[in-house]
Design a protein around this ligand. Structure first.
Ligand code: HEC
Length: 139
């Protein structure tokens, strides 16, 4: 074997063992990150919602036409709604009431109209409505 090739091989082996050291190190920090994230999940009871299911219900109801998650449109962004209700005990009931009663909503153009009443399949499925509301309040 020409000596140039042999040299390259030992270079590669060296690189390989360095890579292994790096990946061992990063798997330890990945583990630490996972443990930290798990601790947060355990410490936060409000993560019980299913975000994908919540978004699907919102999409089927055209909620995103008037509400962004972070962006105000005709309606306030969901993060703004969450901020408004942060720390209030009755937040969930209030927002459920808002979505099921058709109460008056003020539009930025200055007029008022009944807010859209949420529809679910099957109809009036409180589990789906609650899930959506919990997701909104966590934005
Ligand atoms: C045609 C536009 C429009 C659609 C569609 C719409 N909204 Fe709204 N929404 C508004 C407006 C405007 C307000 C502001 C009401 C106010 O402040 O008086 C509002 C307010 C809200 C609020 C805040 C209520 C509060 O108590 O502050 C929530 C939560 C909300 N909407 C959720 C939804 C969801 C979920 C859907 C879909 C089922 C939806 N909206 C569909 C226009 C809309």
């Amino acid at each position: 074997m020409p000596s140039g090739q042999r040299n390259r091989r030992s270079e590669q082996q060296k690189t390989f063992s360095e890579t292994k050291q790096i990946s061992n190190h990063s798997s330890a920090s990945t583990l630490r990150a996972v443990l930290a994230a798990t601790a947060i999940l355990i410490a936060t009871p409000s993560v019980a919602f299913d975000a994908d299911a919540a978004r699907a219900v919102a999409r089927r109801n055209f909620c995103f036409k008037c509400h962004g998650v972070a962006k105000n449109k005709d309606g306030p962004s969901y993060s703004k709604v969450a901020e408004k209700y942060r720390g209030k005990d009755n937040a969930e009931e209030r927002v459920i009431e808002h979505l099921t009663s058709g109460e008056t909503a003020k539009f930025p153009e200055g007029y008022e109209d009944a807010h859209k009443i949420i529809k679910t399949h099957p109809p009036n499925d409180m589990a789906q409505i609650k899930n959506l509301v919990q997701w909104i309040l966590a934005q």
